[in-house]
Design a binder for this molecule. Structure first.
Ligand SMILES: [Zn+2]
Length: 515
């Protein structure tokens, strides 16, 4: 088996003390660690060696919540992120429709009414009709929980689904989910073509494990095609949508089924919406929308039943909960099912919590799967939505950690950028990205704790802490080399740290180190 020596590094193994030196990789695994002299001696003369030039070697980053399929799809759709006026969004639609044959779908995503400087509202159906009358148009909001369509698109849906819940061309939550499911998708071949560059970009950010939080048949088809055609290794861990629960049970699929590149972990339940679209389910009404408490997609009994069924069949459950009411329902469902705790239940997002919910999460052993960059992006408008009092447990990563809750981290990409170093900077600084300032400084995490979320605790959330997430003899060689050490870099500069090398299962998948 081929042996590679990585040497001359500042090694941060995560679970052991940092040291200077390197390690030896044989095949896909780490077989030896030590000083430079020691690893050279162990490896012997005939092995390849890579000089890491004094840079910092860490375990590869685990992205705990993202949507790789949507990320690839987003390369094939009109990008509306960062547009800061409604008129710019409408102009972009007009221009895109000019290049499109009649009747072809025009799909855009990423618009955010919170950023609009002209009018802070959703585009309307009539406005979209004026920009593109010959094409069906669907524009997904940045959060992925709401979209607007024009009349042509509405006609298409009206003949195929119940559209009574759609008013003024706005689709939300489950209705949007259904619409996305029945509308035509780009051919699989085009998806595969774009998958290579998308994965290369993820490797260049230091990601070695990607968690797909929207598992479905199309995703499996795509990853199988990638497995057959791509010349690079990759690791996807999937949580399947509730529509697949019965199939999983019938087929006897349990958590961790598969291997590399794709494992099925269990079930993903979307219990509420988003704070941005005011569909996250809150205990008390929105501060900027009297009477509205958001949407609970399933009543408690249904969430409980899904958790029970999944747990009895050895499937892990991840519940999306952004509002405190949705979080409370979800944690109660976990608490009410015997054996659920052993399956490492996950609460996704955890944006608005309460002391009570945090304590319950700690008691039940619920993992908090958080997206640190959300704090930096959302900070300018969170207070408008929930008011001052509820801010105490908003994006409260530190309170969770101090209560003994284990945290893993992701980005929800393509919703927000997936760069782990940006996430680590957000977690450690709580600084705003679009607006200067700090979002609740008391909730800052230590850099080492932020690193743990992206490494060993991410691995734990996937039942892979014995395989990856730290540098140890016997573990997989999933590694990343950084231009400087995040634990000694000034917090503000962490987001400027560069990824120099990414190694997945012993194979170099990104290299900016070798000239
Ligand atoms: Zn998500």
């Amino acid at each position: 088996m081929s042996r590679t020596v990585f040497l001359n590094a500042n090694v941060i193994p995560i679970e052991q003390s940092p040291y200077s030196g390197g390690l030896v990789v044989e095949g896909t695994r780490i077989v030896h660690m030590g000083s430079d002299e020691d690893v050279m001696e162990y490896a012997g003369g005939s092995s390849t060696s890579i000089d890491l030039q004094g840079k910092t070697l860490l375990p590869g980053f685990v992205e705990s919540h993202m949507h790789p399929f949507s990320l690839i799809l987003s390369r094939l759709t009109l990008n509306l992120t960062e547009l800061d006026s409604l008129s710019d969004v409408l102009d972009a639609v007009k221009e895109a429709s000019r290049d499109l044959e009649p009747r072809k779908w025009l799909v855009g995503r990423g618009w955010d009414d919170n950023l609009f400087k002209d009018v802070k509202r959703f585009p309307t159906k009539e406005e979209l009709d004026r920009q593109a009358s010959r094409n069906p148009v669907l524009l997904i909001r940045v959060c992925g929980h709401a979209a607007v369509v024009n009349s042509k698109a509405l006609e298409y849906f009206a003949s195929r689904m119940d559209t009574s819940a759609i008013s003024d061309g706005v689709l939300k939550e489950t209705v949007l989910g259904e619409a996305l499911h029945i509308m035509p998708r780009p051919p699989m071949e085009r998806m595969v073509e774009h998958a290579g560059p998308v994965f290369h970009d993820m490797f260049s950010a230091g990601l070695t494990t990607m968690t797909d939080m929207n598992g479905g048949a199309d995703n499996i088809r795509l990853y199988q095609k990638m497995r057959d055609r791509m010349d690079f290794p990759f690791k996807i861990r999937m949580y399947m949508m509730p529509a697949y629960l019965d199939d999983l049970v019938h087929m006897g699929i349990q958590k961790g089924f598969g291997g590399d590149p794709v494992k099925i972990m269990g079930l993903k339940i979307l219990s509420d919406g988003s704070l941005g679209a005011r569909t996250a389910n809150l205990q008390a009404p929105y501060s900027d929308d009297a009477g509205n408490r958001g949407i609970l997609n399933y009543p408690f009994e249904e969430v409980h039943e899904m958790v029970r069924k999944a747990s009895e069949n050895n499937l892990q459950v991840a519940v999306h909960a952004i509002g405190d009411a949705a979080a409370s329902v979800s944690v109660d469902a976990f608490a009410g099912v015997r054996g659920a705790a052993k399956l490492r239940p996950r609460l996704e997002h955890c944006q608005i919590l309460s002391r009570e919910v945090i304590d319950k999460m700690s008691n039940v052993g619920v993992i908090a799967s958080v997206q640190p960059v959300f704090a930096s992006f959302d900070y300018p408008w969170v207070e408008d939505r929930i008011g001052k009092d509820r801010l105490e447990y908003a994006y409260a990563w530190r309170s969770l950690r101090d209560s003994g809750v284990r945290l893993c981290a992701g980005s929800d990409a393509p919703i927000y950028p997936y760069e782990p170093l940006l996430g680590i900077w957000s977690a450690a600084s709580r600084k705003g990205i679009r607006k200067p300032g700090v979002f609740r400084e008391a909730q800052r995490l230590e850099v080492m704790d932020a690193l743990r979320m992206y490494t060993i605790d991410g691995a734990y959330s996937l039942f892979e802490e014995n395989e990856t997430g730290s540098l140890e003899v016997g573990k997989r060689a999933d590694m990343v080399v950084l231009s400087s050490d995040p634990t000694t870099t000034a917090t503000d500069d962490i987001k400027k740290i560069k990824v120099e090398l990414t190694v997945l299962d012993g194979e170099v998948v990104f290299d900016a180190l070798t000239p």
